[in-house]
Design a protein around this ligand. Structure first.
Ligand code: AMP
Length: 119
């Protein structure tokens, strides 16, 4: 499993920095965003250090499919109301112009009653 010693999300994955986890398996971790934009705001993060969505290859299709199919279940478990009245937003910021601040691929899942701080 590749890891970057200077990456804050690698440190969270390795337990060197605390986080509030919503999910963990052998290849993924989910944890609450420390500065939430919405009443519910967590991220799903591959354990392997992948800098951004721009680095994905066809070999990552199953990993990304797992993230996308886990998101609805975890959204409900963490307080989002059901579709269609409730729902959630999924965001993957990629690169400087995409607004990415942490360069370890992460999928934001946000929801809960409006208004939100951002988005
Ligand atoms: P992005 O702009 O998509 O790269 O978002 C990075 C996100 O990581 C931001 O929403 C930050 O609030 C969040 N973040 C940064 N450090 C931590 C941390 N130690 N624990 C949880 N979330 C964090």
């Amino acid at each position: 499993m590749s890891s970057d010693p200077n990456c804050i999300f690698c440190k969270i994955i390795e337990g060197k920095i605390p986080s509030r986890k919503v999910y963990e398996d052998d290849e993924l971790v989910g944890f609450h965003d420390v500065a939430p934009w919405a009443p519910v705001h967590f991220m799903l993060v591959p354990k392997r250090h992948i800098a951004s969505m721009a680095q994905l290859t066809a070999d990552d299709a199953a990993l990304m499919g797992k993230i996308m199919t886990l998101a609805p279940r975890l959204a409900i478990e963490n307080g989002c109301r059901p579709y269609p009245e409730g729902g959630f937003r999924v965001v993957v910021n990629t690169g400087a112009e995409g607004g990415q601040e942490v360069h370890h691929l992460h999928v934001h899942v946000m929801g809960g009653p409006r208004p939100w701080l951002k988005g």
